[in-house]
Write a protein that binds this ligand. Structure first.
Ligand SMILES: *Cc1c(COP(=O)(O)O)cnc(C)c1O
Length: 373
């Protein structure tokens, strides 16, 4: 039987293995303050790669979001505008930091936060906004930043899926006040589990450093509420090795996405992902949308693709505001976010990670066309 083409997979080579072995042999697996040798190396290289002044490594992308929200000083009752068409982590982080999530709808062409909907959700209690660079495409940040500045809101980028994505010539991670990355095993760069915060503001970087280590700036002198969000040295060593290959990984993703676009262009039933003017996609996944008479057949299509050993996956079948916990907690109803709810029923993603070959691309395009015929 054909082997499944997984939606994403980590690319671990001898560089990672060698560095991890070094860490294990050194016996220094973590540093009390959170800033061990490899953590520091990874942070410095990461900040440089992204083009931000500061980078602080943490234990996951969710930890990064939580620490970022703690850093901007959310207070009970503060509202944070987030998309509902995303992974649940940013919303969890808002609640864990004492705030209240308020959902904005998406632009149906980019699947990212719609500035007009964002504006409509701003109230006197709004403290921050979390634009999510979904699927590897940067949010159209200028209108979001303009609104945020007008209303004195903090902008926290959720760049978990978008390392390497660019907006108007700048990489994501330095576009807002603070940015959060994830190094979960499926992401474009992985450490197994891990995360990073980037910022150009020294004070924020210092606060995140303290939060990740129990609110200590000096040992046993806690000055603020913290947590244990330290990244282990083994993870940092993997990340450091991965970073040196990231540009090559991204080029291969781009090549695969372009080949898939060529293979699928002209298929009427499909809306292909776009890369608007001024954007550079980082192709975390290649997300298509069924349209026309076929729009309701998404789940069946994904099943058929999986039977043909194509790891098609739906991100995300259930918008966050309609998940049982959030629906009950805030009594949200259907049709609150029409674009989000429609997209959730029609999108599906195909793999374009660096291990996907030209033959895989041809196969995926051929199978998809055959099913849709
Ligand atoms: C993966 C992801 C996260 C969470 O990252 P973890 O490292 O898994 O905690 C947050 N937001 C988005 C959009 C993600 O894709």
């Amino acid at each position: 039987m054909r082997e499944m083409i997984p939606i994403n997979r980590p690319l671990i080579g001898k560089e990672e293995i060698n560095l991890v072995t070094k860490v294990l042999k050194s016996g220094l697996l973590t540093e009390k303050s959170g800033g061990g040798h490899y953590v520091t190396q990874f942070e410095q290289a990461f900040a440089k790669w992204v083009g931000a002044k500061y980078a602080v490594a943490v234990s996951s992308g969710t930890a990064a979001l939580h620490a970022a929200l703690m850093t901007v000083g959310l207070r009970a009752g503060d509202e944070v505008v987030v998309p509902s068409f995303s992974f649940v982590a940013a919303v969890e982080a808002v609640i864990l930091a004492g705030g209240k999530p308020v959902f904005a709808d998406i632009n149906p062409d980019t699947y990212c936060m719609d500035p007009e909907s964002f504006e409509g959700q701003i109230s006197g209690k709004t403290k921050a906004v979390i634009p999510v660079h979904l699927y590897g495409l940067a949010v159209d940040m200028d209108p979001i930043l303009k609104l945020a500045r007008e209303h004195d809101l903090m902008v926290i980028e959720d760049a978990a899926q978008a390392i390497g994505a660019e907006y108007k010539g700048k990489k994501v991670g330095g576009l807002g006040d603070i940015a959060c990355f994830s190094f979960y095993a499926t992401k474009n760069l992985t450490t197994g589990e891990g995360g990073m915060i980037t910022t150009n503001v020294e004070e924020y970087a210092e606060t995140v450093r303290a939060i990740r280590n129990h609110g200590e700036q000096e040992e046993y002198r806690t000055t603020m509420l913290g947590h244990n969000y330290r990244m282990p040295e083994v993870a940092a060593a993997i990340g450091f090795a991965q970073l040196s290959k990231l540009s090559r990984f991204l080029e291969r993703r781009r090549k695969n996405a372009e080949a898939l676009r060529d293979g699928l262009s002209g298929v009427e039933e499909l809306k292909l992902p776009i890369e608007p003017e001024g954007h550079r996609h980082s192709w975390y996944v290649y997300t298509l949308r069924l349209r026309g008479a076929n729009a309701g057949k998404r789940n069946r299509l994904v099943e058929e693709l999986r039977e043909k050993r194509i790891g098609a996956t739906v991100y995300y079948p259930v918008p966050i505001h309609l998940m049982p916990y959030y629906r009950e907690r805030y009594s949200y109803n259907r049709r609150l976010l029409p674009e989000t709810e429609t997209a959730a029923g029609q999108v599906f993603s195909l793999p374009v990670h660096p291990k996907v070959t030209g033959a895989d691309i041809d196969y995926m395009a051929a199978v998809l066309k055959r099913i849709l015929k």
